[in-house]
Design a protein around this ligand. Structure first.
Ligand code: HEC
Length: 125
């Protein structure tokens, strides 16, 4: 895949991938609120729940079983997401219909560059 470097240590394509797979942003671990307690001790990002290819999977927290939906570009478009609503869901936990997502889904804190890199990565899943 072609990638453009803006002279940063990690280019945007690599940054998007490591946020998604490992939860690592430009400056170490990406901060977030909510989400399950085990996530703090894991070295994983979105992939821990949504799968390494964004295929979605069933997730557990003790007795609670939930579903982390697929995040492929096609799946997100089918659910009515555009760039703005996708970023809103990821950072504030509200879906395009204004419904709050389950608290198992962390609310992530990204810099503008991290957000752009992650959205770009999701476009290619
Ligand atoms: C600890 C597990 C977990 C992690 C880590 C996680 N998610 Fe989620 N995510 C979920 C669950 C569970 C849902 C479903 C919530 C609901 O249906 O209320 C969800 C929902 C979503 C949705 C809404 C999908 C839809 O169909 O409306 C998006 C978008 C999303 N996650 C993106 C991400 C991204 C991007 C990351 C990484 C930066 C991430 N998630 C990390 C568990 C997780």
């Amino acid at each position: 895949m072609a990638s453009v470097s803006f002279g940063c240590a990690v280019d945007d394509a690599a940054l998007g991938e490591r946020i998604f797979q490992d939860g690592l942003g430009s400056d170490g671990r990406v901060a977030y609120e909510q989400g399950p307690s085990w996530l703090r001790h894991s070295a994983s990002g979105c992939a821990a729940c949504h799968g390494r290819d964004g295929e979605g999977r069933t997730v557990r927290a003790g007795a609670v079983v939930g579903s982390a939906p697929p995040l492929t570009a096609a799946a997100l478009a089918a659910r009515g997401y555009d760039e703005a609503s996708l970023l809103a869901a990821i950072t504030t936990g509200v879906d395009p219909l204004g419904r709050p997502l389950n608290t198992y889904m962390p609310r992530w804190h990204f810099t503008q560059r991290e957000a752009r890199a992650l959205l770009h990565y999701l476009e290619h899943l």
